[in-house]
Write a protein that binds this ligand. Sequence first.
Ligand code: GDD
Ligand code: MN
Length: 361
Amino acid sequence: MHSMNPSTVTVIVPTYEEFDSLPSLIDAIERVRDESLPKLNVIVVDDNSQDGTEELIGSLQKEWVRLLVRTQDRGLSPAVIAGLQSASGEFCVVMDADGSHPASAITAMIQALQDGADFAVGSRYINGGTTEDGWGFLRWLNSKIATLMARPFTRVLDPMSGFLALRKTTFLEASELNPVGYKIGLELIVKCQCKNVSEVPIHFSTRLLGESKLTLSVQWQYLQHVIRLLRYTRPTLVSFCSFAMVGLSGAVLYLLLLVATTAMITSVPLAIALAVWLAMTWNFIWDRKYAFWNSRQQPIYTQYIGFVLICSVGVLANFFITLALSKSEAIPLAGLIGVSIGSAVGIIFNFLMTRLIVFRK
Ligand code: GDD
Ligand code: MN
């Protein structure tokens, strides 16, 4: 026998073509409502499936089940955000419609929040949690890799879970939500700065009806999501790594260009200068896109001139070393030594200067 919990709870169920699964899901939620959470309501957020979902919800005649139909920007994460925005409860729960998530765990998830957690997930990987057999090796591997990629952001064992609970006020504190793809739980944990995440063990069942919407493009979106989260949580590190990689590509390009320009132009200083200038411009274009992504508001000319000025130390070192060595050594070797020393001289100096002056934050 459960004791009644008077909290208001809104359960958000994102759906796309889940007509077949909805009835048993609503039944399962209703049991939880009757047994322990009388002030529970449901918002089904449907992305205009046109499969009878609207009629179905209407015919249920349950005043605590509401339908929200979205017609734009189809996607799981934006649907969840829309549901969270219109949720009226003090507590919000998000769960799949296909029966993978046991409604019976809702009570424990709300309890965890009341006991001090600022986020709760239905977890397959915490002690007591299980996953129904029949997940092919590929899906298992996929899930493992995805989970590992979330490691820099949270220690949660099942950060990929789409079964989650949080206070409405926590959601409202989220900064810069950028819902893309499926991993809305991870996005919320990071952007709401949830430190105390409680994992409630669940049995994750395989869906019985309908089909999964997890496609290859959803996985590609996850990769983009991880990069965005990295930029959000570790901007300087991402900036520096991108800068170093662009620098490396510029050095390789420089050597190739040098071989070409010295073969085509008789004046060696001019040939070197041309290669240097082209490689530097290449670096500027990619640094602007990847290393200093968040400072594109200034006019590109101003940024370019600043970039050239600041790179001048390393660039001039490279130019003169390459030129001096070209008299005794083969061009590729001279170029390699020149660009290596030039880069070493320039890299820390350049990075700090471009950061401080050109791409002013
Ligand atoms: N509104 C809306 N719009 N809902 C969607 C959309 C969409 O574009 N795409 C999927 N959904 C709904 C589905 O109808 C279902 O209720 C829920 O989101 C999960 O979709 P599934 O297609 O069943 O996803 P899954 O089983 O592959 O993935 C689930 O498990 C993963 C962990 O293995 C989800 O819970 C993921 O979030 C979770 O990471
Ligand atoms: Mn599913």
